[in-house]
Design a protein around this ligand. Structure first.
Ligand SMILES: [Zn+2]
Length: 379
């Protein structure tokens, strides 16, 4: 009898676990705002790099956002990028990556274990692209709607075998060559310590001021990840501040800007939250496209670290549609890669996430970069 009860219990657990969550979403009707997309000569090399990360956004997150905003024929800003490819995302020892291993692939060109940041599978320190470009006079910035010590931004400046050691990661940020970091994460820092060598911003209003010539800005707008609301800057606002600050027309710059919470919405299987977060990301892309068109010296690359939630588009129901979440975790499907600007043609087709690191070095012609980019004209 006991055995039968155990079998029934196991079956009930299995049924409960396999029950996928479905949600209904209203189809949007907003018209598309088509931006001017320029042609860049294939022989021009970019000076500046912007890497925009939609954490956890698979192709279906983009599809669902498109439908919810403007319906099936709508064009999001990310849809207007002229070059598109896709990327495999597996980690060193696992088909399913986390953000730490994926971001380490972009920042160092190496596969590592999940949870590891810019160290290899044997915990040996890896040089990051920020450290390489620091030697060439580049300015380096990170923007995230999570804490600035969260896995994706941290892989560009920290070397540690656990992404969860955020106080240690915060200390490493202050000792790193990062010129600008904007996001959440006050609770991981000793703010007095920050102010010794950095200019600390904590209010959204500070982003309206001009900090020309000031070195080392750290903006910490919330305790941990950024609680959305009118008093909090958006990814778009922080990214625009970063562009103003980093683009000094002399040194080249590398900006990593992340829509961190698209992933969190996927973990909570919350489609409305996901679409809200994706909208901020897509508006960020709008401003980045316009920046690239005007600047002519910047390559914009957009990708995701992995898909989160196993999101599926199931069927239409009148003027709405039904989506289904398959998991509360990450999945192993490929993600999109999009690019715009000089060098963008290199990001076409199927690639691995580690290739993105090597492709960036190649388009910058890193081997031949002078020790300072000041005074060069790449037009
Ligand atoms: Zn995640």
């Amino acid at each position: 009898m006991k055995k039968v009860t155990a079998i029934i219990f196991t079956l009930l657990v299995l049924i409960a676990c396999s029950k996928e969550k479905t949600e209904i979403v209203k189809m949007g009707s907003k018209g598309s705002n088509l931006l001017e997309i320029k042609n860049f000569s294939q022989s021009t090399k970019p000076k500046n790099i912007i890497l925009a990360i939609a954490d956890g956004a698979g192709l279906n997150h983009i599809t669902v956002s498109r439908l919810a905003i403007g319906g099936p024929n709508h064009k999001l800003y990310i849809d207007q990028l002229p070059v598109a490819g896709n990327s495999s995302t597996h980690a060193y020892e696992n088909l399913i990556t986390d953000s730490a291993a994926a971001a380490t692939a972009w920042s160092t060109g190496n596969k590592t274990k999940n949870r590891y940041l810019a160290v290899d599978q044997d915990k040996k320190e890896l040089t990051t692209i920020f450290e390489m470009l620091d030697n060439k006079g580049y300015l380096k910035g990170i923007v995230a709607t999570s804490s600035v010590t969260h896995a994706t931004p941290a892989a560009f400046y920290a070397h540690i075998d656990s992404r969860y050691e955020e106080k240690e990661i915060a200390a490493q940020l202050l000792n790193s060559s990062v010129d600008l970091a904007l996001g959440g994460g006050q609770e991981f820092f000793n703010l007095e310590e920050v102010e010794k060598n950095h200019y600390l911003l904590t209010q959204k209003a500070s982003l309206e001021k001009n900090y020309d010539g000031l070195k080392n800005i750290v903006g910490l707008f919330d305790e941990d990840g950024m609680e959305r609301g009118p008093d909090m800057p958006t990814q778009r606002e922080m990214t625009n501040f970063a562009l103003n600050y980093l683009d000094d027309k002399c040194n080249g710059f590398f900006l990593m800007t992340e829509g961190s919470q698209i992933d969190w919405a996927g973990h909570s299987n919350d489609v409305e939250y996901m679409i809200r977060e994706f909208k901020d990301f897509d508006l960020t892309i709008k401003d980045l496209i316009n920046f690239v068109s005007a600047d002519k010296n910047t390559l914009l690359i957009i990708t995701a670290d992995h898909e989160t939630g196993g999101l599926q588009l199931m069927k239409q129901k009148d003027d709405s549609f039904i989506v289904q979440w398959g998991t509360g975790s990450h999945t192993g499907v490929p993600v999109g890669v999009y690019a715009y600007g000089p060098g963008s043609q290199n990001f076409n087709g199927m690639m691995d996430n580690t290739d993105i690191f090597y492709k960036i070095l190649e388009v910058l012609d890193y081997q031949n970069l002078k020790n300072s980019t000041c005074g060069e004209n790449n037009d």
